[in-house]
Every structure is written in C-alpha cells, then in structure tokens.
Design a protein around this ligand. Structure first.
Ligand SMILES: [Zn+2]
Length: 216
C-alpha cells in the first residue's frame, strides 16, 4: 500500500520533471551541446539563421562569380545611379545592356594618348595605348590598367563568355575574348561598350571625381 503510493508519487514527479525540464533546459543546462535536439526558445531562435548561412555559403561559391553580384568600393543604389546616369548608360552599365555595333562614340577613336575612365564612377580603366583596331564594331583593348577590370563567367544566351566590369563600381563594360589571333601583346580583346566609357586626354585628371576637379 505504501509502496504503491510512493510509486505513484515518483511517477507523478517524473512526469512533472520531464515536463518542466522540457522548457527549462535551454536556460539551465549551459554545458549541453547539440542545438538540434534542444527544444524550446533557443532552438526556435536559432532556426532562422540556418537558411541565412546556407545563402551565404552558396552565394560565395557560385552566384557571386556567375552573376557579378560582388561587393565593390562604390556601393551606390540603383536610384542613386539613375540620378547621375543617362537612361542608356543605366541600361548598359547597371543592367548589362549592349550598344548596337558600329554606333559607339569610341568605336573608331584612336587617340595617341589619354585615358578611358568608367562612365559611372570615373575610375581609370584603359589607356589609349591599350586600344587597337579589331573591326568588331565596339572599342577593343588588348589589356586594361592593372586591377581596374574584374572578370566574371557569363552564361547568358547559351554562351559561355567572360563578362568584364569596372572593379570600383561593378558597372558592366562588355566581354573579354581570348586567343582570336589578333597581333597584340596579349591576344585578348576587351570588347567594351562606348557608353560605359568616358575619354580624357588629361591622364593626370583621370580618375578624379568632380570634387577634385573643381578644387584643382
Ligand atoms: Zn565604375
């Protein structure tokens, strides 16, 4: 009789304890590892970070390189770019558009000196010495100013091409093609939209923004 009562009490206490530890464990057992099995608020709070981390890892290894969605020093928003670019510049620089062949301002432009800067952020990209006659309908350069141009794999339109963007603002420039047989030091052709570029003969002024120019 007495042992029955003890057993009943023990059973009740076990159930109460089991119930209470369910909610108390996350706060009281700090030594316990393994968040997957831990019930309660802690697990619920941790759950949203899992897809977040997944997105971080996948974007780092794949989509950044493919989509060109990198971090650049110049982080202006689309609205900020619209405020300073013409609609055509925005379409090509920010939406990866292409100007019609043979129509660009710099297609048949062969100065003896000077610098082509990014039409978006004014970073120096190419010098007059890099330019050559490719006959392709767009300005062509066999090389860029070191570090000025970033390459991405571009798989749009069922072709595997290498997109080139301004390394300072991520603005779309065009594509680079290799091994075509042009008699240049690199046998590379940076095929660039004129709309993405701005030319200045003044190499010293290239790359300086409007503020620096105003002060000079
Ligand atoms: Zn730029």
């Amino acid at each position: 009789m007495r042992s029955q009562a003890v057993r009943a009490i023990n059973s009740l206490r076990h159930r109460v304890l089991a119930h209470s530890t369910f909610s108390l464990r996350p706060h009281s057992t700090s030594a316990r590892r393994g968040p997957r099995l831990t019930p309660g608020a802690k697990a619920l709070r941790a759950a949203p970070t899992i897809p977040f981390f997944g997105a971080l890892f996948s974007s780092k290894s794949n989509s950044d390189e493919l989509s060109g969605n990198m971090s650049y020093p110049d982080q202006r928003s689309d609205d900020q770019w619209r405020a300073v670019l013409s609609p055509e510049q925005f379409r090509i620089l920010r939406e990866k558009g292409t100007e019609a062949p043979g129509t660009g301002e710099y297609d048949s432009h062969y100065p003896s000196k000077g610098v082509y800067t990014c039409a978006g952020c004014n970073a120096p990209l190419y010098t007059a010495e890099h330019k050559f006659k490719s006959g392709c309908g767009w300005p062509a350069y066999f090389d860029s100013i070191p570090g000025a141009v970033k390459r991405h794999v571009d798989n749009t339109f069922g072709m595997k091409r290498t997109e080139i963007v301004c390394n300072n603002c991520g603005g779309h420039l065009g594509h680079v093609f290799e091994g075509e047989g042009y008699p240049t030091p690199t046998d590379e052709r940076h095929c660039v939209n004129s709309v993405s570029l701005r030319f200045t003969e003044d190499e010293a002024a290239a790359g300086k923004g409007p503020h620096e120019k105003a002060k000079a």
